[in-house]
Write a protein that binds this ligand. Structure first.
Ligand SMILES: [Zn+2]
Length: 324
């Protein structure tokens, strides 16, 4: 889908949204119509842009070159530590840009268009609500499982932002007393266990306790992907790690349910795409730990947005959701 727009085909469409997903490794931008069809997308290496202005200019110049501006009605941006209220990225640990970056304002000035920015998990939640697994849900929480753990809380089809825009940071709720050191500087956060990096840490932590012969132990620098691949082949140590991870997530979700009584948790991202083995375990551990009044009422669903397009659709849907 990378490439030049077909002007003939584009003439048939009235409105498009420029969706932008800013990531620590890659940033993706693309043009999305109201039905969630992506008409064009391009990936940029975020680290190649030492300042955010350079990235804004690159996207502007690219769209100019392919004559892509005509039908754009707004810009939706999902970014790590993105603040919906201020339109800024605030102290994102995985980005090279330091401090507070007023990214929405930068795009607004350059493009002269309406811009909505929020954090990446919130964008995924809206994307899921409009195009994916949450179409039929009014109250749900999305849990994004990537390098870290993000979350977006939706109540009556609206995201919960709190007073300052940072509501719903489930990844940094401390679930293990005096547990692993987290990237935020505190100990025992959910993200330190339930994320790609958390799973990798579990390999080393559980290794000494597990005596079984495992293919995982023969891999140099094993990743969470290796764990899931080997678990599918019946590797007992890998299954144990998945079980350990699911137990921490499931029992945590049981506690979190007291906050907002969601109809479902939607698992999104790399780990969640590994089939039902993880989701089923999470469900089992959640049910086991739920307060009676919540039992058998909360679903665990897997994201329906194709991994490659999810972030882009989520970002673009910020504008579509606002226009409806
Ligand atoms: Zn933390």
């Amino acid at each position: 889908m990378n490439g030049i727009l077909n002007p003939n085909k584009l003439n048939m469409i009235n409105k498009l949204v420029l969706g932008i997903d800013i990531g620590g490794t890659n940033s993706v931008f693309g043009l999305v119509d109201q039905n969630g069809k992506i008409h064009f997308q391009k990936t940029l290496k975020t680290s190649l842009y030492p300042t955010p202005e350079k990235l804004v200019n690159e996207i502007y110049n690219y769209l100019n070159k392919i004559n892509g501006f005509k039908k754009i009605i707004g810009i939706g941006i999902g970014a790590p530590n993105g603040n919906f209220f201020t339109g800024s990225i605030e102290f994102a640990p995985n980005l090279k840009w330091d401090g507070k970056i007023p990214l929405a304002e930068m795009f607004k000035e350059k493009f002269k268009l309406n811009v909505i920015l929020t954090n990446d998990a919130n964008a995924a939640a809206i994307g899921e609500m409009i195009y994916g697994a949450a179409k039929d849900l009014d109250n749900f929480v999305i849990i994004t499982l990537g390098t870290g753990l993000g979350s977006g809380v939706v109540n009556k089809r609206k995201l919960i932002y709190g007073h300052d825009g940072f509501a719903g940071e489930y990844g940094h709720i401390r679930v293990i007393k005096n547990g692993r050191l987290c990237g935020c500087g505190r100990k025992g956060c959910l993200e330190a266990y339930v994320s790609a990096t958390g799973v990798t840490r579990s390999i080393y932590e559980l290794d000494s306790k597990n005596k079984s012969k495992s293919k995982l132990k023969q891999i140099k620098n094993p990743s969470s992907k290796d764990v899931f691949n080997l678990a599918k082949k019946g590797d007992l140590f890998s299954i144990e790690i998945i079980d350990y991870t699911a137990k921490i997530l499931g029992s945590s979700l049981a506690e979190f349910s007291c906050f907002n009584s969601p109809k479902a948790y939607i698992l999104f991202g790399g780990i969640a795409q590994n089939g039902n083995i993880f989701a089923q375990k999470v469900k089992r551990y959640m049910e086991k730990n739920l307060l009676n009044i919540y039992k058998d009422k909360i679903e665990i669903r897997i994201s329906q947005l194709h991994n490659r397009n999810a972030a882009l659709l989520g970002s673009a849907s910020l504008i579509w959701n606002n226009n409806n």
